[in-house]
Design a protein around this ligand. Structure first.
Ligand code: HEC
Ligand code: HEC
Length: 209
């Protein structure tokens, strides 16, 4: 009688564990239908390798960073009339699937960069700017520019977009960065330095791939 009772309890525990494991291994995010990607393709390209410097390349952006940006547009924490209009029509439950679609694409093709600015840009990227206490970009975004969920991928990004974002951080127009890390970096840089480092970043192909 006693032993039976213990066995029941044991089965119950195993049952709960099995149920929990099932919850964790079952994919909760459905595959995106192709017509959903069409919502993004006209600007970002279906593979996230946008041909136009006004629209950021999304290919290989970290999933966590991507979802956070979508949420921030939705809440109005990151401002862009274009993107706020787009996310208004998308359910938050779909953000993860969009992020995963773009993360699974080929890495963006690197660009040439402006040859005259590459040496200065490279120096800023790996060493920062000593006189004005600008830290090396590589310290957070990694040596190859591939980044992490917290410090997003920059490698191969359009210089036009990078410059525009750095100027927005500098003016405070973009202020959704955790603890103001990027605002602090950008405020210490002048426009020439921002341009130089952006020209270097587009040449990074992301060595890990
Ligand atoms: C009409 C053009 C347009 C369309 C369509 C569009 N976007 Fe964007 N997207 C932009 C622009 C412009 C920006 C930069 C906005 C800014 O300065 O914050 C941007 C930025 C983003 C960013 C931030 C990237 C980064 O590196 O921080 C994400 C993520 C994004 N878009 C996802 C999407 C998704 C997903 C779709 C489709 C559901 C989509 N976009 C459709 C124009 C567009
Ligand atoms: C102390 C860490 C740190 C350093 C150093 C740093 N960054 Fe960042 N960077 C961040 C964080 C954190 C974010 C993401 C902010 C967010 O979540 O909105 C970011 C985001 C960015 C973005 C926006 C990317 C996008 O897709 O919109 C750009 C551009 C950028 N950094 C450029 C630079 C450059 C250029 C340097 C060097 C001059 C640099 N960063 C140095 C932490 C850092």
């Amino acid at each position: 009688m006693d032993r039976f009772w213990w066995r029941q309890l044991g089965m119950g525990l195993w049952g709960s564990c099995a149920a929990l494991i099932l919850i964790f291994v079952t994919p909760v995010h459905a595959q995106l239908a192709p017509d959903r990607i069409a919502l993004c393709a006209s600007c970002h390209g279906a593979d996230g390798n946008s041909p136009n410097g006004e629209f950021p390349k999304l290919a290989k952006l970290q999933v966590g960073y991507f979802v956070r940006q979508m949420e921030d547009y939705k809440k109005g924490k990151r401002k862009s009339s274009v993107m706020q209009g787009i996310v208004a029509a998308i359910d938050e439950k779909e953000f993860q699937a969009f992020a995963q679609h773009f993360n699974q694409q080929n890495p963006p093709a690197p660009g040439q960069g402006d040859a005259k600015l590459l040496a200065r840009g490279k120096e800023i990227f790996y060493e920062g700017i000593v006189g004005s206490a600008v830290p090396a970009c590589s310290g957070c975004h990694k040596d190859d520019g591939t980044g992490t969920n917290r410090y997003p991928r920059l490698a191969g990004q359009h210089p036009e977009y990078l410059i525009q974002q750095m100027l927005s951080y500098k003016s405070g127009a973009r202020d959704n960065d955790d603890r103001g890390l990027m605002r602090t970096v950008a405020q210490r840089m002048n426009e020439a330095e921002i341009k130089a480092v952006s020209q270097y970043i587009v040449t990074l192909k992301g060595d890990e791939e």
